[in-house]
Design a protein around this ligand. Structure first.
Ligand SMILES: Nc1ncnc2c1ncn2[C@@H]1O[C@H](COP(=O)(O)OP(=O)(O)OP(=O)(O)O)[C@@H](O)[C@H]1O
Length: 632
């Protein structure tokens, strides 16, 4: 820091003293304000509540707009009520709602609540769910550390926005005219290198949203609502912002859930990155884990012995000689039992006989249903003789238990991500957990990416959307070339979306990208050399359709000395390893490069429709490079 700069700060501080001389503020508060005012050349713009120190309840004493974002400040001798600090936050957030700077609309994550106490304060300090508490001598910590989210010009334009929206806040030491820069010296922070966020082609998802996303975050829905849109359009991002929005309005506990067990953990980590102070207010749990914990809490058994369930199914499959002949695919008939019969809560042959099986592929003789039903009944008998429950049983039990005795305290809101993968029973359970009230259930999904068997309507689960929801269309993940290629995959949407927007209609935000279509015989060496040729330390995944292929490729990479690990069990945090797994294990993730080896179409492969959707889901995990193998 230069001497001239120190001198200038001192001059600003004295100017502030003069400006605030006649305000009847306690001297410690004045000292705090002088300190903030001295940072004007560093792009800090304070706005003081005109009634301070008699600021009305639920309003901030001071709002600071700077490169670190917006600080909602309470100047207090004692710890404020959490309702007060939260209400001050919400009041400021509402004033800023929809403020647009650069390429995005501001999200509430740029705001932080801070309580500044006098230096002698001996009470609680540090971070809590509602604010950061510091004393007057710790202000440097607040100003010098942490991420730089805004440029000085953006901070000024936000400060002006606040100034124009309310008479309650008055600028100190700056006004709506451009702030004159001092000649001759360059403040320290302006010499810092450009932060990575500003070098990106678009802004950080934590702080900037597009108008459709922001609209849905803030909208009030009178009942269950749906967020849909093609891959990469920021559906999960929106869901996280909405959870934070609801959490900040203090309505109670919130639940983020998804049918695929690995998704909540990966997404919880993103939420933690965006709003660490709120993480205690949102539960991140898969629907199965929720059902299991709920049943155990009610003293009921809920364990699924997956090995034993597999053995029960295999015992029936080995004895069977009819279904084998109709379609020799264990996965197909397992889906028929799990997803079509049990998953839809079908409990009589009559109901099954007339059931619509849209999307299950044709080519079965007309009279296959009695055989499939017998198979299902045999499987149920096997389970009960072995005394085991499968996943559907657990969801069903939880549903029955909830209907018998509802939750003592309802969630304020439930978000179900990857909703297209739910069975009807799963949907009913999610609905029973959330209830039907305003803002209580938000379904997030994209039918084109459904990797599990589907084909039912929300009305089967008693859910009515009545047009409540949003369709997102800007793809923030896939570069243009990747998006164009993935958009060519014919993937039929069987999920109940109104209207359903296909990937081919998504609008790319990021230009460029590369798609390599490799044709040949030796795909192992081709994939390895493509993998090794990528930029060092860039994230990469090899995505397969089947578990067997994933295991095969994991072995190939490891034998060749490539650090690789399975996608299953990965929590979504950055890793230098190449991740390997199926398209369903790849859900909830994205990589700079994605490699899709060719797989022989054998009996273990899903029906064509599902295969196509899995391919689309896998391709759209790629941000910059998509490598596709075609065997001769
Ligand atoms: N408004 C935004 N500004 C910048 N980046 C964004 C924005 N919205 C989303 N993103 C980024 O785009 C990528 C995709 O977002 P997200 O995972 O939320 O999409 P999605 O629609 O849920 O995807 P999918 O259905 O494929 O799982 C993420 O890297 C996210 O950070």
């Amino acid at each position: 820091m230069t001497g001239t700069f120190h001198h200038r700060q001192e001059w600003l501080r004295r100017e502030a003293e003069v400006q605030l001389r006649d305000r009847l503020l306690p001297s410690w508060q004045k000292r705090v304000l002088h300190r903030f005012a001295a940072e004007r050349d560093n792009g800090l713009f304070p706005l003081l509540n005109q009634f301070a120190p008699h600021t009305p309840r639920k309003r901030p004493d001071l709002v600071l707009v700077g490169r670190m974002g917006v600080l909602v400040v309470l100047l207090r001798e004692t710890e404020p009520d959490w309702e007060d600090s939260r209400a001050a936050f919400v009041w400021t957030a509402e004033l800023l709602a929809g403020a647009s700077i650069g390429s995005g609309l501001l999200s509430e994550s740029v705001l932080r609540s801070v309580v500044v106490h006098p230096v002698e304060h001996t009470g609680r300090k540090g971070r809590s769910a509602d604010h950061l508490a510091i004393t007057g001598d710790e202000i440097d910590r607040l100003l010098k550390h942490g991420e730089r989210i805004l440029t000085s010009d953006e901070a000024l334009s936000l400060a002006k926005h606040l100034d124009s929206r309310t008479f309650d806040l008055v600028p100190i030491m700056w006004n709506s005219e451009p702030v004159p820069r001092q000649r001759g010296s360059v403040p320290e922070v302006l010499q810092e290198p450009v932060p990575p966020a500003a070098r990106r082609p678009f802004r950080d998802w934590r702080y900037f949203l597009d108008d459709a996303q922001l609209g849905a975050v803030r909208r009030s829905y009178s009942g269950p609502a749906q967020i849909s849109g093609p891959a990469g359009t920021g559906k999960t991002t929106l869901a996280l912002h909405r959870l934070a929005y609801l959490a900040r309005r203090g309505a109670g506990k919130l639940l983020y859930t998804a049918p695929l067990p690995w998704i909540p953990e990966r997404v919880a980590w993103r939420f933690e990155e965006m709003a660490p102070e709120l993480s205690g207010q949102v539960e991140f749990r898969s629907l199965h884990a929720w059902a299991r914990d709920f049943l155990v809490g009610r003293g009921r058994s809920a364990d699924v012995d997956e090995q034993e369930v597999r053995r029960a199914f295999d015992a029936v499959w080995t004895r069977d000689d009819v279904l084998h002949r109709l379609r020799n695919s264990r996965e197909y008939w397992k889906d028929e039992v799990d997803r079509v019969i049990k998953g839809r809560g079908i409990s009589s042959f009559d109901a099954y006989r007339t059931l619509s099986r849209k999307g299950r592929g044709g080519q079965l003789p007309r009279d296959f249903r009695p055989h499939a039903w017998r198979f299902y009944c045999d499987y149920e008998r096997e389970l009960s003789e072995r005394g085991v429950l499968d996943d559907n049983d657990v969801l069903k039990r939880a549903l029955v238990e909830l209907e018998r005795r509802p939750l003592p305290r309802q969630y304020a809101g439930v978000v179900v991500d990857e909703a297209q993968e739910l069975t009807v029973i799963g949907l009913r359970l999610a609905h029973a957990i959330s209830g039907d009230g305003p803002d209580q259930l938000l379904l997030v999904g994209d039918g084109q990416q459904q990797v599990l068997t589907g084909g039912w309507r929300l009305s089967e689960a008693g859910i009515s959307l009545r047009g409540r929801g949003e369709v997102l269309r800007h793809d923030y993940r896939n570069r243009d070339a990747v998006l164009q290629r993935a958009g060519q995959v014919v993937a039929i949407n069987r999920f109940d979306e109104e209207p359903a927007l296909p990937l081919s209609a998504a609008l790319p935000v990021r230009v460029g990208g590369q798609v390599v279509e490799w044709h040949g015989e030796d795909q192992e060496s081709a994939l390895l050399s493509a993998l090794l040729a990528r930029e060092a330390d860039s994230s990469a995944a090899v995505i397969t359709e089947t578990d067997a292929a994933a295991e095969h490729w994991l072995g190939v990479l490891r034998r060749s000395g490539v650090a690789a690990r399975p996608l299953s069990g990965w929590d979504g945090r950055g890793t230098g390893d190449v991740l390997v797994g199926t398209s369903s294990h790849a859900k909830g993730s994205e990589f700079r490069s994605v490699f899709l080896p060719a797989e022989p179409a054998d009996g273990s492969r899903a029906d064509h429709e599902t295969h196509q959707r899995r391919r689309l889901a896998a391709m759209t995990r790629a941000r910059d490079l998509l490598w596709l193998a075609h065997l001769h």
